[in-house]
Design a protein around this ligand. Structure first.
Ligand SMILES: [Zn+2]
Length: 267
């Protein structure tokens, strides 16, 4: 079913096997980012170690998913548990890569959207724990998208540029407005750069749609907290996870919803 590759038609099973291997390796790198970026540690040094005993992880113990299963989810040195989150991220990344390739082929666009999806997964996990959307993830993903628009006709370049401007403007307004209204940081620089990155892939219309959808999701999620009496002032939840989910919804369903809505108000 997938015949689009840079080197001509290839059997689907070869493409998907390659995609699963590449996706889980990117997922393995995503684990490094998830663990080290919020702690401001170097990404290359020191090499991977067991967080409990500091034992160096050998290359064969670092094969995505398989090593964790073969080691029974424990360190070979000290037998302390290795979090299930590591293989889950690797497996999830493989799945997301397959999702991207099934929609965009084994092409530059397939690569770009695969990287975007895996980055969104990493951003959700980092933001839930640390309330951070690191530039070290959003900026490269924005550049990958821009290269796609410039060199691979992934999207109309003008729409990507407009999307970046709209994303920047809305998040800046929310940041400044939030500060003035609530006297607190309602938005951070991480959200602003996320808006710019999303704009590259979504264009201006879907960027606005994404911000609406994220606000709606955030409000719905905060409602049970408010009803059970937990104080909601400013932010009680990080906004990043809602942005990431809203971005996926916008990519897949945004155009349909906008068309339906215009039909509704335009008659
Ligand atoms: Zn250990």
């Amino acid at each position: 079913m997938i015949s689009e590759t840079p080197w001509g038609p290839l059997p689907g099973w070869i493409i998907y096997t390659l995609t699963v291997i590449l996706g889980s390796c990117v997922g393995s790198f995503a684990n490094v980012l998830i663990y080290r970026l919020p702690r401001e540690e170097s990404l290359v040094r020191p090499p991977s170690r067991c967080p409990a005993c500091g034992r160096r992880i050998r290359p064969w113990e670092n094969i995505p998913v398989l090593s964790w299963i073969l080691l029974g989810g424990r360190c070979r040195g000290c037998h302390s548990r290795i979090s299930w989150l590591y293989p889950a991220v690797e497996l999830g990344s493989a799945g997301l890569a397959v999702l991207a390739v099934s929609a965009w082929g084994f092409t530059y666009a397939g690569f770009a959207y695969g990287m975007l999806f895996i980055a969104l997964l990493a951003l959700i996990i980092i933001d839930l724990e640390h309330w951070l959307l690191p530039f070290a993830i959003t900026v490269p993903i924005a550049i990958i998208g821009l290269i796609g628009s410039i060199a691979f006709a992934m999207r109309p370049l003008a729409d990507s540029l407009l999307g970046m401007a709209v994303g920047f403007a809305i998040f800046m307004l929310m940041m400044i407005g939030g500060k003035a209204l609530f006297k607190r940081e309602a938005m951070g620089g991480g959200d602003v750069v996320f808006g710019i990155m999303a704009g590259v892939y979504l264009g201006w219309k879907l960027t606005i749609f994404m911000i609406f959808a994220a606000s709606l999701l955030g409000t719905l999620a905060a409602l049970p907290l408010a009803l059970t009496g937990r104080k909601i002032s400013g932010r009680s939840l990080p906004f990043g996870p809602f942005l990431a989910v809203a971005m996926i919804i916008s990519l897949y369903f945004g155009d349909t919803v906008i068309r339906w809505y215009i039909g509704l108000i335009g008659g």
